[in-house]
Ligand binder design. Structure first.
Ligand code: PEP
Ligand code: MG
Length: 902
């Protein structure tokens, strides 16, 4: 039975048998060729060998049983349909053999054209082409060249060299000047090259040509460049490619033939219209090689009205059918239009929104589908400032858009110089061949980073993205000379101190300062562009889709903010409260000295005095925030700094004391300070005296904050506002810690709020693995949980969050240990599991327990989907990510098929 199944297994599909939903089996190209065939569009007949056949071949090193017979049968029916035979000396059928995987991998795999030509059929082809000998011999030499290179690994340069020799003998640089005799001579030369490298004659049997070409396409799945590309694009390694065998059609048969590409809408802006390029008397590979210049597609209307009109009709039909922007490849052979490929086309972020909006207007899709077709990463891209480019600015190099944004600044080549100039208030661009951890300070100081080497996962790229800093990596046209403090590009030299501009979205590099344009989408979120009253397709589409996302989402979106200004901006961006107000930020600047006194207090009353001085300052901080968030919940986290952040650096202090002692100065005070700092010095401050531990060790500190929060809330209520404070205790690992803090806090709250009507909740962060694992106990003492996924990731993985991303994550990404930094996107299996356990056990112990997340992951698109799945009540993120989180929270509902509406 098993053997029978193997023999019967279907490995080959005629185009009339497949459809667009069979991409896993037929690859993108094959599935769409089948779809077009079934729509009755003019697709050259052919068939597709499945990805399963490729997988079987790659696993065993030989074609699976039954494949050869199925190819034979499909070939016969193709020959019947075309009324021609492969290898027929009088009227040969020719086919192309093309790769086509599930995901587009442009230029990564192989194609062989004109399979079926040999010493006899070349004559027949010429006769078929109306005695066009030149065309026939040119087709034959292309076959030998492509077949030799692709199937038999003959070095491509050898063929190019032979072609150059014939051209120089003729005194020309142009292939088109070669006549039929020249090309016949070239075929001889190519055959000799083939024999020299393979030890055999060029195969004259068309079926052998076909089988070897198919095998070569299978094998090209594992070519080095394809493997690298897949790793970069995170395409699974085991999918394999399908192989399409397609009847050849020729765009190079004369002026009434040609080839082109088309888009049904502008893939850059989304604008409706006809976009594309056409090249008369040419084959697709000539367009790619850029031998001659293409003309805008509209000009085909003058050259061949009938084909042009037919093409427009097909484009409209495809759009309506796919309900999306399509891109198309076509060929015209002597006035007859043929469709060679279509697919749902790639587009820019702006076009994605605009097109989704248009398709809703046209009734082709509904708003749920429109929401599904855009994403948070695109929205985030639209929120970066962009360069205002006019013709004056031409890029001098193009690298990889490694971290989006637009930055102009003075060129520097070392980290130290970047720090120096930035300290003077200058914008700098740090230019390096590649960066390493020693460049960290320079990267922090710079406005943007430009490297000549490295891809999207290079050190520079990973670190820049982590910092939200513009970065172009791998701009290899740039030759960087650090010791000489200059780089050269396109024949120009750029010295330290010159200005360059880099676009981290497109990867383009410009000389001089390019003006920067603010994002219209941000202006809309800020409320300064009214979508109802401006003629801006992008803003209107964003407005419409965001409104729909808000209506759909179940997750609320809050913001992380600790100033009134941030709170106000986030509220304009749609935040529905504050999920994390980090109070330690309120203890910096002028107040640092008070905190130092508080921590180091020795004399009686010293601590109380420092706390008394801090209380009114803190009260004012909270009043400002409560006012901005009037009516919305505000989670205030009690102080959580690693202690060393408030103390003078140990080494500096030791040096100062030693120098002063040497000079015979009175150093009693400094010595006392030094002794205290030494006493409190921690090897691992992140795992040391911070969070709730600090609150339990320094009497009165948390109490002062709780009082300030309660007093500020009461004062707002007295002024007619509504403050909804939620006090959050950081770094709790055991319920007893929370109980201790809570007992003291409740007393203070009761005393302060009296009958003012203010209600204050007390909850905890879940950011220590032990807290997640004992969430059932902790929930007994907590009115809410907020997941601190930054620390949970740090402690879950044992990764120092301040060090590892710059130190070695690039290597982990390169090796595929993870696809994205776990500090950027939640590690669902590990850290995510801790979140899931804590959510379930917390809610089991206290039904209805409010759950949120306030780590960086709260604004990461994929993580938002995870938090939706786990059933949290809200995510909290930095103000600029609030719109992204709103959009993704809506998408999470439509993608899980829910109709959840709040
Ligand atoms: C966290 O750990 O996720 C968190 C929000 O707290 P912080 O980043 O301030 O440690
Ligand atoms: Mg934390």
């Amino acid at each position: 039975m098993a053997a029978q199944e193997t023999v019967d297994h279907k490995y080959v599909y005629d185009f009339s048998e497949g459809n667009k939903d069979l991409k896993d089996l037929l690859g993108g190209k094959g599935a769409n060729l089948a779809e077009m065939t079934n729509l009755g569009l003019p697709v050259p007949p052919g068939f597709t060998i499945t990805t399963e056949a490729c997988q079987a071949y790659l696993a065993t090193g030989r074609e699976p049983d039954g494949l050869a017979g199925q190819i034979e049968a499909h070939l016969e029916s193709l020959e019947r349909a075309m009324g021609k035979r492969l290898g027929d000396p009088g009227d040969p059928l020719l086919v192309s053999v093309r790769s086509g995987a599930r995901f587009s991998m442009p230029g990564m795999m192989e194609t062989v054209l004109n399979v079926g030509l040999n010493d006899q059929s070349v004559v027949g082809l010429s006769a078929q082409a109306g005695g066009n000998d030149r065309f026939a011999w040119d087709s034959y030499r292309r076959l030998i060249q492509m077949f030799g290179k692709t199937v038999c690994e003959v070095p491509g340069e050898e063929f190019e060299h032979a072609l150059d020799q014939i051209k120089s003998a003729k005194g020309t640089h142009d292939d088109l000047d070669l006549d039929a005799d020249d090309l016949r001579g070239l075929v001889d030369a190519y055959k000799k090259i083939f024999l020299k490298h393979t030890g055999r004659e060029f195969p004259q049997q068309p079926r052998e040509q076909l089988d070897l070409a198919i095998r070569a396409v299978f094998e090209s799945w594992n070519a080095e460049r394809a493997v690298l590309y897949r790793r970069q694009e995170r395409i699974p390694a085991d999918l394999g490619t399908a192989v399409n065998v397609v009847t050849m059609v020729f765009g190079n048969l004369g002026p009434d033939s040609g080839t082109g590409v088309a888009f049904t809408r502008d893939p850059a802006s989304g604008a409706q219209g006809i976009y594309g390029d056409y090249l008369a008397n040419a084959q697709g590979e000539d367009v790619v090689a850029g031998i001659r210049n293409t003309v805008p597609l509209q000009e085909l209307g003058q050259l061949d009205r009938a084909s042009y009109d037919e093409l427009l009709g097909i484009m409209a039909r495809l759009e309506e059918h796919y309900k999306d922007l399509c891109d198309i490849e076509f060929t015209i052979e002597r006035g007859k239009l043929w469709m060679l490929q279509t697919r749902v086309g790639k587009r820019t972020a702006a076009a994605a929104f605009v097109i989704a909006g248009q398709l809703v207007d046209e009734g082709l899709i509904d708003l749920d589908e429109a929401l599904h077709r855009v994403n948070g990463a695109q929205l985030a891209q639209l929120m970066f400032p962009r360069f205002q480019l006019d013709h004056e600015f031409q890029p001098v190099a193009t690298g990889i858009g490694a971290s989006p944004g637009a930055a102009s600044g003075t060129v520097v080549f070392t980290s130290a110089r970047a720090v120096e100039l930035a300290a003077e208030g200058r914008s700098v661009i740090l230019v390096r061949r590649e960066t390493n951890p020693d460049d960290l300070n320079g990267m922090i100081a710079a406005k943007g980073i430009l490297t000549s080497r490295g891809g999207k996962t290079s050190h520079a790229a990973v670190v820049a993205r982590g910092m939200g800093k513009t970065c172009v990596s791998g701009a290899d046209e740039i030759d960087v000379n650090v010791p000489a403090k200059r780089f050269t590009v396109a024949g120009q030299t750029v010295q330290e101190g010159d200005v360059v501009s880099i676009d981290g979205t497109t990867g383009k590099v410009y000389l001089g300062e390019v003006p920067v344009m603010p994002s219209e989408v941000v202006q809309y979120f800020e409320g300064s562009l009214d979508p109802e009253h401006i003629d801006n397709a992008l803003v209107r589409a964003v407005h419409r889709i965001m409104t729909h996302a808000d209506g759909k989402r179940r997750l609320a979106v809050r913001t992380n903010a600790d100033t009134g200004a941030d709170a106000a901006r986030a509220r304009r961006f749609g935040a529905e409260g504050i999920g994390l107000c980090r109070t330690e930020h309120m203890f910096l600047g002028d107040r640092r000295e008070l905190v130092e006194r508080l921590i180091l207090a020795r004399a009686p009353g010293e601590r109380e005095a420092a706390l008394a001085a801090l209380l009114p300052l803190q009260r004012a901080d909270f009043e400002e925030i409560f006012r901005e968030m009037d009516g919305l919940p505000v989670t205030v986290r009690l102080i959580d700094p690693p202690l060393h952040e408030f103390l003078p650096p140990l080494e500096q202090l030791a040096v100062n004391v030693a120098v002063a002692q040497e000079r015979g100065e009175d150093v009693a005070k400094e010595e006392a300070l030094l002794a205290a700092v030494r006493r409190m010095h921690e090897e691992n401050p992140m795992l040391g005296l911070r969070g709730v531990r600090l609150g339990l060790v320094i009497p009165g500190l948390f109490a002062m904050q709780v009082r300030a929060i309660a007093e500020a809330a009461v004062s707002c209520a007295r002024d007619g506002g509504v403050a909804k404070p939620e006090i959050m205790v950081p770094l709790v690992g055991a319920v007893q810690e929370l109980e201790t803090v809570r007992a003291e806090a409740e007393k203070i709250i009761a005393e302060v709020v009296g009958d003012s009507g203010v209600e204050v909740l007390i909850g905890t962060m879940i950011e220590v693995p032990r807290a997640a694992l004992t969430a059932g106990q902790i929930a007994e003492a907590a009115q809410f949980f907020s997941f601190g996924t930054n620390d949970l990731t740090q402690m879950g993985w044992g990764f120092s969050r301040d060090d590892v991303e710059g130190a070695f994550f690039w290597r982990y990404l390169e090796l595929g240990i993870f696809g994205i930094s776990p500090f950027e996107s939640i590690d669902r299996d590990g850290v995510g599991r801790l979140v899931r356990i804590a959510a379930e056990e917390g809610r089991a112990a206290r039904p209805g327990l409010k759950l949120g997340v306030c780590g960086e992951h709260g604004g990461d698109p994929d993580s938002v989907h995870f938090f939706h799945e786990v059933g949290l009540d809200y995510v909290s993120c930095s103000p600029f990510r609030v719109p992204v989180a709103r959009l993704e929270a809506g998408r999470a509902v439509v993608e899980t098929g829910g109709s959840d509406s709040r």
